[in-house]
Structure formats: structure tokens, C-alpha cells
Design a protein around this ligand. Structure first.
Ligand code: CMP
Length: 159
């Protein structure tokens, strides 16, 4: 009897923790042009100073097939080929970030998709060149943050 009570209690606690972690995490990519121009240090500094904790990070080069898969949701859009081309131009940095309400707070920090429309002081305003080369990607929902995180990282790479 006591075993079932304790076991049930542990399960609930773990589930609650998992749900809490979900909204605490987002996923980002520093895009090839920002890496090429040496802006990654400044961008990471802005992210940390805004209160995000980096719980996973690595540098890699996307293959065309991987870029097409990652951005599959945009495959019918006219900008798809340009986007894939720009994302495979050079190395990128991918990272998982933690903060309360991470997705929304990070989207505020990076600004609008189009750097020209982004608010002064945002990452895309500072480092974005065009809509495709808009410096960084940020997940647009908790669900996508999870999918995008596990596109690049295994559980044991997340600290
Ligand atoms: P990102 O946050 O990486 O998510 C999808 C990307 O598609 C987006 O940033 C832009 O780089 C790109 N994108 C979205 N809308 C357009 C558009 N209208 N023209 C060109 N690229 C776009």
C-alpha cells in the first residue's frame, strides 16, 4: 500500500517537472552568415546577459538534406530554396536555452523574422542581413522547441 502511494507520488512529481521544463526551454541556431562574420561570441553574450542558461551547444555543418528536413514545414514556400541554400553555406551553432517562458522571451530578444522590421536592440536588428540570413533561428512554440532540440541533440548532450 505504502509502495503504491510513494510510487504514484514520484510519478506525478516527475511529470510535473517534465512539463515545467518544457516551457523553460527553447532551441536556437546561429546561422552561417553570423558565424562567418564572427558574431557568434557577441550573440552568445547577449543571450547569457538576458538570463538564459545554455544547457547544450555545438557547431556543425548542415547537409542540404538536413536543412530541407529541418525546414520541411516551409517546403512549399517560394523562399524555401534560398533558405536551404543560406543554411548550408557554412557552419552553424545550435543550442538549447533555459529560462522561464523561454520561447516567448527568446523571440522577444531576437526580434521579427525580417531584420528590417525588427526592434532596435534585438539580435536580428543588430546582425541580420536579410530575411533568410536573419542571424538566428528561434523556436516558435514549446512543441517545436522540443522537436527541434531532438533534431540535433540526444538527451545525454543536454546538461
Ligand atoms: P527562421 O526563424 O529560421 O524560421 C524560418 C525561416 O524562413 C525564417 O527564419 C527566415 O529566415 C525564413 N523566412 C521566413 N519568411 C520568409 C520570407 N517571406 N522570405 C524569405 N525567407 C523567409
Amino acid at each position: 500500500m505504502l509502495y503504491f502511494f510513494v510510487n504514484k507520488h514520484i510519478k506525478t512529481t516527475k511529470k510535473e517537472k517534465a512539463m515545467q521544463l518544457k516551457s523553460n526551454r527553447t532551441f536556437t541556431m546561429i546561422k552561417p552568415k553570423s558565424v562567418e562574420h564572427g558574431h557568434m561570441g557577441e550573440i552568445i553574450d547577449i543571450i547569457i546577459k538576458d538570463g538564459f542558461k545554455i544547457v547544450a551547444m555545438k557547431m556543425l555543418r548542415l547537409s542540404t538534406a538536413d536543412a530541407q528536413k529541418f525546414y520541411n514545414i516551409h517546403s512549399a514556400k517560394p523562399f524555401f530554396d534560398d533558405l536551404v541554400q543560406s543554411m548550408t553555406n557554412g557552419p552553424i551553432i545550435v543550442a538549447v536555452l533555459e529560462k522561464d517562458d523561454a520561447v516567448n522571451n527568446y523571440r522577444r530578444l531576437i526580434g521579427c523574422t525580417n531584420p528590417k522590421e525588427a526592434v532596435e536592440g534585438t539580435i536580428r536588428k543588430k546582425y541580420g542581413i536579410s530575411i533568410s540570413d536573419n542571424s538566428v533561428h528561434g523556436s516558435d512554440s514549446d512543441e517545436n522547441a522540443e522537436v527541434e532540440t531532438y533534431f540535433y541533440f540526444s538527451e545525454r548532450e543536454i546538461c
